[in-house]
Write a protein that binds this ligand. Structure first.
Ligand code: SAH
Length: 407
């Protein structure tokens, strides 16, 4: 068995069950990519079994903190089965579900989403790459399904020295899938969509937006960074439930044309008439959100609901400062065109920006915009994207519902 000997004082993080061993903590030792190593303290005490990543700054990721635990296919299968079983504890109201959420499920670097009867997996660390076959079999067994598509083309793979891989790993089927989320339908393509095809983590916030639309009968909605229009469909569903579709105007903005085309298609898929038949006016703008916000300010165009769900501006804390300015900028611009009494749903999915910092950024954007607001609610990733106590990095997605004080 190969070992990794840590430097004195570097054992604390593993003792607290944080699963990462950084390159800088290691005194000596090594192994092949993904191979299991025994991690020990400077005086040889057992700390963890971990998968070795020779090319990554995160040089090893823990599988287990129990010395007697064998790291084998049966053990990994038990982790998969537990992760799948845990999802049954939540009332997710969707057949698009995150089944495995990496570190939170004891499987560092493994992401598995279920879309209907198809699994889509990302193997993003050397450890899960090495055990790929066993994990794929275990996931199908735990779910009783037969199709698993691999989307190991996320940027994290490069840092592990792994090449991008995509395609069917088990079984075969259509890559175009329609899921049901809450009451509505959403289509995605697991081969070409972002991440594994869809942003499942925003499921509860989309539902919340639908409720707000129903209660407040939004007239003018602006969905920025809309991807395939999930929040737009949610708003329409809420307005329909309130009997308030007539006269509603919805603007959805994204810089990805295929995503926007799908967003437009989602209206028809859900029985909404984008051509104006129900009195709805729906615009889909293939544009940079920054530019659009500035144009709307110039035109004096305002909204009573705005969603800001940008991509990750700060993947790590090192990017936090520049990212903070970018977040502040879009929030400031959005608040300027928010009507008094209007609602802003604003998000950050950057691991490098804490919930606290995000709150401060949005508050300071309000100050600069000269807009008084209440932070009415805090939002986060849906419960199938859990956080664990040991791994605070798991809290990546945070959102705020800001209500502009009425005039
Ligand atoms: N709210 C969406 C997910 C948004 S993901 C949902 O619920 O599904 C972020 C989106 O921002 C992506 O679709 C990406 O294409 C888009 N994007 C990134 N930079 C952009 C920019 N500068 N202007 C407009 N869209 C941008």
């Amino acid at each position: 068995m190969k070992t990794l000997r840590l430097k004195p004082g570097k054992e604390r993080s593993l003792q607290r069950r944080h699963p990462w061993v950084f390159e800088s903590a290691i005194a000596r030792g090594g192994a092949d990519s993904g191979e299991t190593v025994r991690v020990e303290s400077h005086d040889g005490a057992f700390l963890a079994w971990a998968a070795f990543s020779p090319e990554s700054k995160i040089r090893a990721r823990a599988w287990s903190f129990t010395e007697t635990q064998r790291i084998d296919a049966a053990f990994l299968a038990s982790l998969c089965a537990r992760a799948v079983a845990a999802r049954g504890l939540f009332d997710l109201q969707s057949d698009g579900v995150r089944l495995v959420h990496g570190e939170a499920d004891g499987l560092p670097g493994l992401i598995v989403d279920r879309y209907g009867d198809t699994l889509v997996a990302q193997f993003l660390s050397a450890g899960v790459e090495r055990w790929k076959g066993a994990l794929a079999d275990a996931l199908l067994k735990a779910t009783g399904l037969s199709k698993l598509y691999e989307r190991s083309d996320a940027s994290g793979r490069e840092r592990e020295g792994l090449k991008p891989v995509t395609g069917w790993l088990r079984g075969e089927g259509p890559t175009e899938i329609v899921i049901r989320e809450h009451g509505w339908k959403l289509s995605l393509d697991i081969a070409t969509g972002h991440k594994t095809g869809f942003y499942l983590d925003q499921r509860d916030s989309r539902q919340r937006f639908a409720e707000l639309a129903q209660h407040r009968r939004f007239r003018r909605v602006l969905n920025c960074f809309c991807y395939t229009g999930g929040f737009t469909v949610a708003a329409l569903a809420g307005l329909k439930a309130a009997g308030a579709l007539e006269g509603a105007q919805l603007v959805s903005v994204d810089s990805s044309l295929p995503a926007l085309e799908r967003a437009r298609g989602h209206l028809a898929l859900n029985g909404f008439d984008a051509a104006g038949g129900q009195g709805i006016e729906a615009e889909f703008l293939d544009a940079n959100v920054n530019t659009v916000l500035r144009e709307f300010i110039e035109q004096g165009r305002t909204f009573d609901a705005i969603v800001l769900d940008p991509p990750k501006f700060a993947p790590t804390v090192a990017h936090a400062e520049r990212a903070s300015r970018a977040y502040k900028d879009i929030n400031r611009l959005a608040l300027k065109i928010l009507e008094p009494g209007g609602v802003l749903l604003t998000f950050s999915c950057s691991g490098g920006i804490s919930a606290d910092l995000f709150h401060k950024i949005v508050a300071s954007a309000g100050l600069d915009a000269g807009v008084d607001g209440y932070i009415a609610e805090r939002l986060g990733a849906a419960p199938d994207h859990p956080m664990t106590i040991e791994f605070p990095e798991g809290e990546y997605l945070k959102g705020l519902v800001v209500v502009r004080k009425p005039a």
